[in-house]
Design a binder for this molecule. Sequence first.
Ligand code: ZN
Length: 509
Amino acid sequence: MANTSGKLQELKNILAEVSDLERAAALLEWDQETYMPPGGVQSRSEQFSTLLRLAHVRFTSDAVGGLLDDLEDELGGRPYDSDEASLMRVTRRDYDQARRLPADLVSEAARAGSVAQPHWQKARKESNFSLFAPYLEKNVELNRRIADALGYQERPYDALLDRYEPGMKTADLEAIFEELKRAIVPLIADIARNADAIDDRVLHKGFDPDLQLAYAADLVKRLGYDMERGRQDLSTHPFSSAFGPGDARITTRVSRDFFNECLFGSIHESGHAMYNQGMGQDIDRTPLWGGASPGVHESQSRLWENLVGRSRPFWRHFFPSLRATFPEPLHGVDEEVFYRAVNRSYPSFIRVEADEVTYNMHVLLRFELENEMLEGTLKVKDLPEAWNSRVKSYLGLNVTNDREGALQDIHWSSVSFGIFPGYTIGNLVGAQLMEKARQDLPDLDSQVERGDFAPLLGWLRRSVHRHGRKFTPNELLERATGKPLTAAPWIAYVRQKFGALYALQKVPS
Ligand code: ZN
């Protein structure tokens, strides 16, 4: 067709404008979390919603639909991984999804979230779930209406999950999560019996905050985070945010009395930012630019934070400079003691504070409860009881108040069921990628011990980063590792690592 290249250019121009609007909105959000004075809240929320509305209107226009119709037949037939075929496939998926949601449902859901938030805050402060229950009921209903509008074949959760983790099915995740539960619940109990094996008091000995920030900034540069295309600022809740391949930022926080917060938070966020820095220039300002899913994004942060940053070779390399930077708190401490301290595992009430072993249990619990509320088998008023009994059976803890239980984080005050499993998917994907990276880079441990992170970063760039959103999470994993998502590499990793740390008897696998 003579006109194909002209029409493709026309489509790309619109998509580039949409991307610019969304990135400008993201920059406003970054500013709000870092430098904006408190008085800016009202005008900022207006600016933010204006930009997102313009982006939405432009993207869901008939013009985009018409161009997709005209171009799909010809370009969609090109090789599956070509930029053109991928652009057609991913833009079509986003477009159909956005068009299926009526504009008033979208704004009702956004409004319900901002209405619910102060009630969640109050309920949490007073540790009184019943103050929040009516708002959660409303949010469950809105999640259900969104699932209905998007459509699904088997489970309503499928529709919501697909918005965040394209192609994943609720039943597949349930099977994977069951496998995790069978492996991890007994491991948690074994570790609890040997809890004395690790002493982490060194982490609380008082580390100068300015020195911590400088050390962390230098360390993430050594990992490969390019500061010419990034920066680090302070914020209450650490996050990373990207406005293009040339500008991927991270934020961090620092605590004098708890070493892990600044350093591991910085490594985590730089893992996200390095993913964004590695995405192809050729897919910039199109729907192909971005993380394959929240779960895949999280795999990059958790891989660097835990599989690299909490490994023995990593601390063999960094501990001497760490001790030179913090001679007082680290007086008399050697690298092995420090390595053990940063890997201490113990059940806790709050997900964001959880260690590698117990973390997924927090996610799993929420995935189960979201499903049950969505399908109506769990009434919102019965949520705290269901929450508490599951925390007891998965983590062995007695929840004594809603504040540490069902009200612990802001998450359910917005209408976003389906996003949470991404946290566990991230851990599993990270371990699955690392298993393959080790096969391809047999010297990985000695490279890390020498402080040479380029081979691993290069492997991740080739296997994951450069593709952006071209492939679904399972497609990406199949291409990188030969298999769809599986829990086996993560289970093997934690059994081996924590079995050794806690001197547990070998668990039959
Ligand atoms: Zn993250």
